[in-house]
Write a protein that binds this ligand. Sequence first.
Ligand SMILES: Cc1cc2nc3c(=O)[nH]c(=O)nc-3n(C[C@H](O)[C@H](O)[C@H](O)COP(=O)(O)OP(=O)(O)OC[C@H]3O[C@@H](n4cnc5c(N)ncnc54)[C@H](O)[C@@H]3O)c2cc1C
Length: 486
Amino acid sequence: MKNISIWLDELEKKSFKRLDKDINVDVLVVGGGITGISTAYHLSTGDLKVCLVEKNKLMEGVTSRTTGKLTYLQENIYSKLVNFHGKEKSKLYLESQKEAIKLVKGIIDSNKIDCNLDKVSSYVFDYDDIESVEEEIKLLNEFGVSLKLSNVFPNGEDINNAYFVEDTYVFHPIKYLSKLVDICSDRGINFYEDTKVISVDEDDGYYICKTDNNIIKAKYVVIAVHYPYFLFPFLMPFKSYLEKSYIEAFKVTKNYRFSAINITKPIISTRYYENNDDIYQLVLTNSHNYCFKNDEEKNFEELFNYNDQEAEYSWSNKDIMTNDLLPYIGRLNDSNVLIGTGYNTWGMTNGSLAGKIISDIILDRKNRYIDLFNPHRKLNLGSFLNFPVALFSSAYSFLKTKVSKNKEWYSERVRFEKRNGRDVGIYIDDDKQEHIVYNLCPHMKCSLIFNEIEKTWDCPCHGSRFDIDGKSIEGPSNYDITYSEE
Ligand SMILES: Cc1cc2nc3c(=O)[nH]c(=O)nc-3n(C[C@H](O)[C@H](O)[C@H](O)COP(=O)(O)OP(=O)(O)OC[C@H]3O[C@@H](n4cnc5c(N)ncnc54)[C@H](O)[C@@H]3O)c2cc1C
């Protein structure tokens, strides 16, 4: 079994060189996931000079580990949105998701992109919470969605009270984005990999953006980094928490061409994927608040217990859940810095939409969703109800790692010590080589835990990850934790 997402394993991606000189652009897009690449695509037809920089490799962040569904049936989100934002906004969110699907489909059709796009039915079901299922059905009917009801999935599995729609899709997200990168490159957009933006400072109407070695001067900066690496001014840790899930892909003999998701935790989600040689069923399960279940071996074990079949691939992924369930897309205060984040595990639609909204703002075009996703929207019931969850989750992890560093689940290959007066974590590899890192996350000073399955140092508070030698691979931390003897 491969411990990598099926999308990454299948595709040979082009690579791009690191930025090696200072440059001036109109728009700097930071981050090469679905948000950044969609933004670049929508800007590529205009006259603006645009470049996109990615700190690692393009399309290898959260986007590479999605299940790749393009659907507007997203658990029972519409009933929840009514509670937090009222009916009108809930309906507008529904329209935004439908429009996002149309947008992606339109891009795929007009550019003839081969990305295994398949029109499949989307099911929502739940074994226990029938009341919530019924509430969501009633609301969606009121919103004019033509729902169908069923007690059985197309593969013959019995379910209670499921509903489904037939105008939704699944696709290969990385094939889709790779083609967008090609199109953008042909239209003159430059992509740089292994180029990390460290700081963005305003200076006389421009932004001076420092990378590891160079400076990019830009009129607009799009922060499409998944979890914004800066704490101020946006205070993301107080507005969101992280949810982690585990996915496996196993071979099956028939493509039943549907996707499904339930509504109570732990989330169970599935879809099929067919390439030239094989058919796979993807199953996602064991979703949980990232701060509370850190034993990765156990977490993967729970995934494998879900069914008897031997998986070909397994991987994990995490996404940002916002307190009020809507993404944050748009301008930060009155500046020309824009963000797209907080997709609540629906970033194939919301990340695609973010690209359109952000480019419309930059190009001074109207977009009916600007207010809905405004990062500085007013606080509402959701913001208050979920604020304690956001705060408690990271505070709990913070304290837990301070109190008990040597977790019972580590093998003898992981040690924690003090060196030169500072806390370090040590991993001993197959050749008995020690890999030492500072055991403190540069973001908000949480202690780190070692993930023995994926061989990374992970921050249990806000999800930063570092390789065995301390190189930052996932934010919010933007800094490495490489140990030095001095
Ligand atoms: C288990 C799971 C399943 C999911 N399945 C679905 C699904 O079926 N359908 C759906 O709609 N959504 C799904 N999602 C959600 C979706 O995958 C994400 O919301 C989306 O991929 C996030 O994209 P992004 O562009 O914001 O982030 P990313 O893909 O992480 O891109 C951000 C990029 O920015 C780079 N970066 C970070 N800091 C810097 C810096 N300082 N300088 C330069 N570059 C930087 C990173 O390296 C990264 O490549 C799922 C999420 C999870 C957790």
